[in-house]
Design a protein around this ligand. Structure first.
Ligand SMILES: [Zn+2]
Ligand SMILES: [Zn+2]
Length: 428
């Protein structure tokens, strides 16, 4: 008797309820699969850059309205939010898809290959859904239709968040998820779920991680100022090129000597160094830019502090001056362990236990983290690689050959729907 009680207690804290709607979701998801693929191909052919997702947003808004939802457009510039009110009282669960494409010229030979071009950073470029956000929009439109078909039975409401500008916007200070949060989109939300199609995971599988999943990303901007001189008389200079070289090497010790790598990884990369104009002139100034990836606030504070100290003190020791600016972009995408534990059975039910992969942290970043900072949020990777593919040779996200196997979409529709209805069931 005692054992039975313990077993019951264990389940009562480890999972949300299993909604009786799961089988109805499966059936409706099967019926809608070909429509989801069709939507995705249309978005793929006509991709739009961040904050310019006008065509995409209109298709989304029209679709949500046709399902009887209350729809708000132009949220955070081009975002769309639809609310599906369930027939029974309960929590507000948010589901999120990002809509923007990238300045990449597609090389895939597809009947629905991108036809769009744009000017980005002063350059003419192709535009491509090279991160797969076309699939996110189509999948969430599918979820909206599935859930609208059972709205009388829902114990709560679902907020469908179609977000612009996840990849950032060249000339804006704030964009995408952060702006949506600022505009209050999360205020009446109890929990949020989202996914990213992943070209290195086989279609039909889900990747996830409890705790820090994706990195915080910050930009590093450094200017080292010295004293200009003839290249033949370096003793009369304070050489910013030699100082910058020492600083780059000094930065390598932050990860090897300051960060506890048994807890979380971190990355400091210098992506560009600019200084000088001629063989025999030591310049006055060198500029460096780079990217910083960390997992968790404490680690981020440590890495930022050490970057500033290392560069500033190396410059001082050379008699130069360093200006170090760190621009925070996205916080780390962290799946709260408690929510992760409770939603894991829903994920397993959707994908099958053998198709759920516990992943290492990913040093890429996602602005879904801004939603997670407001309310508990859970984020997964949805397999988009063709079955039997090699993740090492499969083209990665943001490349002209990026390709998605559409057979995994139906799992995305089912997983997000399961998360919403199981969360609404609450605790057993
Ligand atoms: Zn991306
Ligand atoms: Zn992306």
């Amino acid at each position: 008797m005692k054992n039975i009680f313990i077993l019951f207690f264990f389940f009562s804290i480890s999972a949300f309820g299993q909604s009786h709607l799961r089988s109805e979701i499966d059936q409706k998801a099967n019926e809608i699969e070909s429509k989801v693929i069709e939507w995705r191909r249309d978005f793929h052919k006509y991709p739009e850059l961040g904050n310019q997702e006008v065509r995409t947003a209109k298709i989304v808004a029209d679709h949500l309205r046709s399902l009887g939802m209350e729809v708000t457009e132009n949220v955070a510039v081009t975002g769309v939010v639809g609310v599906l009110k369930g027939g029974k009282p309960g929590p507000m669960v948010a589901l999120r898809a990002d809509m923007d494409a990238l300045p990449v010229t597609e090389r895939n030979d597809l009947p629905f290959k991108s036809v769009n071009t744009a000017t980005y950073n002063g350059q003419e470029t192709g535009v491509m859904h090279a991160c797969g956000h076309d699939s996110h929009v189509a999948i969430l439109m599918g979820v909206a239709e599935v859930m609208a078909g059972m709205k009388d039975e829902l114990k709560g409401s679902v907020k469908f968040i179609f977000q612009p500008a996840e990849e950032g916007v060249f000339d804006a200070d704030i964009f995408g998820a952060e702006l949506m949060v600022k505009e209050g989109v999360m205020e009446d939300v109890d929990a949020i779920f989202g996914l990213h199609i992943w070209s290195q995971i086989e279609a039909g599988k889900i990747g996830y991680r409890s705790g820090p999943f994706m990195a915080a990303v910050d930009n590093l901007n450094v200017t080292i100022s010295g004293t200009q001189a003839h290249g033949a008389t370096p003793w009369s200079s304070v050489d910013p090129i030699v100082t910058a070289s020492q600083a780059v090497m000094g930065l390598q010790t932050i990860l090897s000597r300051n960060v506890n790598i048994t807890e979380n990884p971190a990355v400091v990369t210098i992506g560009a160094i600019h200084g000088g104009i001629r063989h025999n002139i030591i310049p006055e100034e060198v500029k460096m830019i780079g990217t910083i990836r960390t997992f968790g606030d404490e680690q981020q504070v440590l890495v930022h502090r050490r970057i500033t100290e290392v560069i500033t003190h190396i410059a001082e020791s050379a008699g130069a001056k360093a200006d170090v600016q760190i621009e925070k972009l996205y916080p780390s995408t962290v799946n709260p362990p408690e929510l992760t534990q409770k939603i894991t059975p829903s994920m397993i039910a959707a994908a099958g236990e053998e198709n759920v992969i516990a992943m290492p942290p990913t040093t890429g970043a996602e602005d879904f983290s801004f939603f997670q900072r407001e309310k508990p949020g859970f984020f997964i990777f949805l397999g988009g690689m063709k079955k039997g593919g090699d993740p090492l040779t499969t083209p990665s996200h943001h490349t002209p050959d990026f390709f998605i196997d559409e057979s995994g979409f139906i799992l995305g529709v089912r997983a997000l729907s399961y998360f919403a209805v199981d969360y609404m069931e609450g605790l057993d």
